[in-house]
Design a protein around this ligand. Structure first.
Ligand SMILES: Nc1ncnc2c1ncn2[C@@H]1O[C@H](COP(=O)(O)OP(=O)(O)OP(=O)(O)O)[C@@H](O)[C@H]1O
Length: 599
């Protein structure tokens, strides 16, 4: 076993913590079951010899055929006991292994979920959702399959082979040599094919991850795909990945299923030779019929597990490839952990400052070199600038979704790095353009920021967000169930619900991403009023797209290429006749020309 393989197996073993006793019971039961089963041929042989004796003496003496029922009865009683005990121990082993497997799967999925919660946004930027999904479901299931079906059978096969080999040697060393030659050849063949199939399994699982990602992309992007008539292109991409999956799946399956027929062919050659030699031995009086049939049964019990082993090994290879993919996620670097002694701000006022902040999404591409902002409690800060200027990035840093490379961001004079992320984020309320609602009632969606909130508080928040009216017009009111993506309410209504959610949270600081053209003018005015209600008495950062809405902001930050190139009030910036003035005038020129065109 190479180091990587050993490492993966050892890491998998850690998920069995607390299950040691159950595993010991599984192993003991499996060994017992196989050992009991392996004892049966010798007794069947004895029964056969009894019959042969009866036939022989009746032929020699010309008497009626008779058997000794006492001896036969004892033999059958022993056989029955062996079969029943073997069944019970086998059942126990399977039952306990199923319980162990479910616990291990639970532990693996739990650990993966914990890990996914600890991973920084950077990881999600670079990884396809479908692929993560595939690792959390398919890959963990492959490991579960191998454990559930493979482990007991593996023990059973090993015991069966060892037991059968010993019995064969005891019965006839000479016949054993012939049987071992064929079993040996079959084993070598199995190992060769299994080692070849390993890389096919890894490729297969990787393709499966890609396929999941493609399906996920197609589902979530259906509207855009249809709008741009890209169904064919999307289908073509899917077909290509599906074709790859088919190729790798076929290779791994062919490699797996070619083993059984080959092994059977080799074994049948062996049986034929053993049968011929046995007949000679019986004729020469060196062996009895019962002993020969016991030997043939043992040689079957030694060779048949080779086929089963090949299937178990395939399933283990597949599980092993899946574990590698699973541990790839587990090995990703976590978010920088919170300080062991974190600061708590019981009464947040809402002063915010950026001091010489330096940040880049990658170390070799610094977007923000030296950002300085000073915001006082209750201020309304508008962030404006062309697309890609860094407006969203500024907010991402404030919420500590990404770690800065230099300088400090402070709230009420406390460095956000010295607070826990949970403490920091509890100070904020966010209303984004990209509204996120989950499958559940409208009430629960508003209460997402505070599940303990009483109904009056939820209705109060909805009223302030100007959402109460439309909610009450729905047949089920606050109990109306939203679909997972909230597609049964309009875009503007979704926005009002997220504003209600932020109002209920009652945060000290707000981050608002202004609605753009996705809603009509009347709804936009409604949203604006709701946002104004929300902003009362709170420090607010507004990512503004329409400059007309932020004229009365206390501070406007004008960004370009990751830098704050101008800052001040609307009047101050207009007076400056710089970038902001141009941006502002260009929007009004656009609005005017639009007005003239429509007039
Ligand atoms: N997750 C990310 N990984 C790498 N680069 C990113 C990431 N997010 C944004 N960027 C880059 O950082 C720069 C600033 O992006 P940002 O989203 O902050 O701009 P923005 O001003 O909010 O733009 P818009 O108005 O279009 O939303 C852009 O060049 C963008 O390509």
């Amino acid at each position: 076993m190479n180091n990587r393989k050993k490492g993966t197996v050892l890491r998998l073993i850690t998920y069995f913590k607390g299950l040691e006793l159950k595993m010991a019971a599984v192993i003991t039961s499996s060994i017992l079951s196989a050992a009991l089963f392996i004892a049966s041929p010798i007794f069947l042989g004895k029964a056969l010899d009894q019959l042969a004796e009866g036939i022989k003496s009746s032929l020699a003496n010309g008497t009626k055929f008779q058997v000794n029922w006492n001896t036969m009865g004892n033999i059958f009683a022993i056989l029955l006991t062996l079969y029943v005990l073997s069944f019970i121990t086998n059942y126990l082993a399977n039952y306990m292994m199923a319980a162990v497997t479910e616990t291990v799967t639970l532990n693996m999925r739990g650990a993966l979920m914990d890990k996914l919660n600890r991973l920084p946004l950077r990881f999600y930027d670079a990884t396809e959702r479908g692929d993560i999904l595939s690792r959390a479901t398919n890959d963990v299931e492959k490991v579960a399959d191998a454990l559930r079906e493979g482990f007991n059978r593996l023990i059973g096969c090993i015991i069966s082979i060892i037991g059968a080999v010993i019995m064969m040697l005891v019965i006839s060393p000479a016949l054993s040599v012939v049987a071992f030659l064929t079993i040996g050849t079959a084993t070598v063949l199995t190992i060769c094919i299994a080692s070849k199939s390993r890389r096919y399994f890894l490729k297969y699982q990787t393709s499966m991850g890609e396929l999941n990602a493609a399906v996920e992309e197609t589902f979530t992007g259906q509207l855009v795909i249809k709008a741009f008539n890209q169904e064919d292109a999307s289908l073509k991409k899917f077909r290509e990945i599906n074709q790859e999956l088919y190729k790798h799946s076929s290779s791994s399956q062919i490699a797996q299923f070619i083993v059984a027929p080959c092994v059977r062919l080799i074994n049948n050659f062996g049986y034929t030779i053993v049968a011929v030699l046995s007949v000679i031995a019986i004729i020469q009086g060196r062996m009895t019929i019962g002993i020969v049939q016991a030997f043939i049964q043992y040689s079957d019990k030694a060779s048949e597990p080779v086929i089963e082993l090949s299937q178990i090994i395939s399933s283990m290879q597949s599980a092993f490839a899946a574990s590698i993919r699973y541990f790839e996620i587990m090995d990703e670097l976590d978010e920088v952990p919170d300080h062991s002694s974190t600061e708590v701000l019981p009464e947040t006022k809402g002063d915010v400052s950026f001091e010489h902040v330096r940040f880049g999404y990658s170390d070799d591409h610094i977007l923000m070199k030296d950002i300085n902002i000073d915001v006082k409690t209750g201020d309304r800060i508008a962030i404006v600038g062309p697309t890609g200027a860094g407006k969203t990035t500024l907010v991402n840093l404030l919420m500590r979704f990404y770690e800065i490379q230099g300088g400090a961001i402070k709230i009420d004079g406390v460095d956000i790095k010295s607070m826990s992320r949970a403490e920091l984020r509890s100070k904020f309320g966010m209303v984004l353009q990209d509204t996120w609602l989950f499958g559940g009632s409208i009430r629960d969606n508003i209460a997402y920021s505070n599940f303990e909130a009483p109904d009056e508080a939820i209705i109060g928040a909805a009223k302030s967000a100007r959402a109460d009216h439309f909610i009450r017009t729905l047949p089920e009111g606050y109990q109306t169930l939203l679909t997972e993506d909230g597609s049964n309410v309009s875009q503007g209504q979704k926005q009002l619900l997220t504003i209600a959610r932020a109002i209920l949270a009652d945060p000290a600081i707000l981050i608002l991403d202004e609605a753009t053209s996705s809603v009509d003018t009347r709804t936009e005015a409604e949203i604006q009023k709701a946002m104004n209600n929300l902003m009362k008495g709170r420090t607010s950062f507004i990512i503004a797209h329409k400059l007309s809405t932020i004229r009365d902001a206390d501070l406007i930050l004008v960004m370009d290429h990751g830098t704050i190139i101008e800052q001040g009030t609307h009047e101050e910036l207009l007076k400056k006749q710089g970038f902001y003035e141009k941006l502002y005038n260009s929007q009004f020129a656009d609005a005017d020309s639009d007005g003239q065109q429509t007039a």
